[in-house]
Design a protein around this ligand. Structure first.
Ligand code: GDP
Length: 150
């Protein structure tokens, strides 16, 4: 299963703007299967850990504040070559640089309020999925709980 999953978040701005439905529609239309999903809200400590790779960047505190400002949708998505395919679907970090038709072009407001997160490597897809989901919260195509972790 490694290489076939990615992790995504629909960020607080997009949730606030009622874009959950339209973003999930884009995800389904692009051929991703939803393995796991929940509606939740990050606590400050969780956001700090999730984005710890950016802890030295000037935008880190603002990013943590934004990511804890409201509920988010978190999900594990499945498709062959999921990480790269999903990065293509969401587009550039900065929506002004994102291609037409990408999720960020359509639904992001700015480089920080950029609608969605997508894992940047297979390794991070697994780490980020484990951050939010237990194995019993992940389902295969036939609706069974995954016996082996994806
Ligand atoms: P991603 O993998 O495309 O999400 O981009 P990064 O991992 O580089 O950055 C993580 C998140 O930090 C982005 O999705 C943005 O929400 C935010 N971010 C990245 N760069 C900037 C920036 O220059 N300014 C601000 N305010 N936020 C940024």
């Amino acid at each position: 299963m490694a290489g076939n999953i990615t992790f995504t978040m629909i960020k607080p701005g997009a949730v606030h703007n009622e874009y959950i439905g339209p973003i999930l529609a884009k995800i389904n239309e692009a051929g991703f299967r939803i393995v796991a999903m929940k509606f939740t809200k990050l606590r400050t400590k969780q956001a700090e850990v999730f984005y710890s790779v950016h802890s030295e960047r000037p935008f880190y505190r603002d990013l943590v504040k934004f990511m804890t400002s409201g509920p988010i949708v978190v999900a594990i998505l499945e498709k062959p070559n999921a990480v790269d395919e999903y990065r293509k679907l969401i587009g550039s970090t900065d929506p002004e640089k994102a291609e037409e038709g990408t999720i960020r072009k359509m639904f992001a407001e700015s480089v920080q309020l950029n609608a969605v997160h997508g894992s940047d490597s297979n390794e991070n897809a697994i780490i980020e999925s484990d951050f939010f989901f237990s194995k019993s919260e992940r389902f295969s195509k036939d609706g069974e709980v995954y016996e082996v972790a994806p």
